[in-house]
Write a protein that binds this ligand. Structure first.
Ligand code: F3S
Length: 283
């Protein structure tokens, strides 16, 4: 039995940097809070909690302590509130998301209508919308655009959507709006991870996708793998694998969502290697 790990899998740049910053701060400071869950992964949250990192949705909890903004980013008024309350702020917003905030803020101030292609309930989209005073028109797969034809407009993307959805949405918007500036702000980490999973799942007999059950990028990876390899399994932790059931397969592929820590991936590999005599051919 051979194990192969997708070339691109696990933590993306933004998440890795947010987790590293958080641990560094928690080692030095007390009363460290992340504003919302830093990442959608129960094991990673437990690990952070072991350093004394708490999660809160209430900024006031961090008065006298430190508040960490996660990689998804937040609305502008959160920064204003934190400043007013004199809370120590550590901004771990991913630079790619930060760039979207800047674009949206600039064009909004210049009188543009902002369109965001993405999921209106996703924290990243809620954050972006907060940089144009929540006036953005949020477009997803099923949206019907009802915009003012003559208003100059700009469109950006939630970083984790597919290019296919972005292109479809832009076409719809462009049909309704005369002057549209297009900023494709999709992050390549997602596409690279998806392409890697797509490629690997075509070549293996069994595919394991590791990541939070509520992580949308992990669910997407699972869908991609399942299309190519019917024997695909979405797990959060190593304990969910019954190695005796997969021993019969020659090639096992592994990929992991953007919020899956390396140590969780390694536990899965160790379990297969120890119980199933698998050999890891690496990335
Ligand atoms: Fe940043 Fe891309 Fe990750 S936007 S948080 S590096 S998926």
């Amino acid at each position: 039995m051979k194990i192969e790990i997708a070339l691109e899998s696990g933590f993306c740049y933004g998440v890795k940097s947010a987790v590293t910053k958080t641990i560094e701060i928690a080692k030095k400071e007390k009363n460290v809070y992340t504003y919302g869950q830093l990442i959608h992964n129960a094991q990673a949250l437990e690990y952070l909690n072991s350093f004394g990192v708490n999660t809160t949705d209430n900024i006031e909890d961090a008065i006298g302590g430190t508040l960490i903004i996660r990689s998804h980013g937040v609305k502008k008024d959160i920064y204003d509130k934190v400043k007013l309350l004199d809370i120590n702020l550590i901004d771990a917003t991913c630079p790619f998301v930060k760039k979207i905030h800047k674009i949206v803020y600039k064009y909004y101030k210049d009188g543009y209508q902002v369109f965001i292609v993405g999921n209106k309930n996703h924290p990243e989209v809620i954050g972006i919308n907060g940089w144009c005073e929540n006036t953005a028109i949020i477009v997803d797969d099923n949206s019907i655009i009802n915009a003012n034809n003559s208003q100059k407009s700009i469109v950006v993307a939630q970083t984790t959507i597919t290019l296919e959805l972005f292109n479809k949405a832009v076409e719809k918007i462009a049909n309704n709006v005369k002057n549209l500036i297009i900023h494709n702000t999709i992050c390549s980490a997602t596409t690279k991870r998806q392409n890697s999973a797509n490629e690997l799942s075509k070549r293996v007999d069994f595919m394991i996708v590791i990541g939070g059950k509520n992580s949308s990028n992990t669910k997407k990876l699972y869908q991609i793998c399942k299309k190519n390899c019917n024997n695909s399994l979405h797990i959060e932790i190593a304990d969910e694998i019954m190695v005796t059931n997969i021993k019969k397969y020659d090639k096992i592929g592994i990929t992991a969502g953007a919020s899956t820590p390396d140590w969780v991936i390694n536990q899965v590999i160790d379990k297969i290697e120890n119980e199933g005599e698998g050999t890891n051919s690496g990335k």
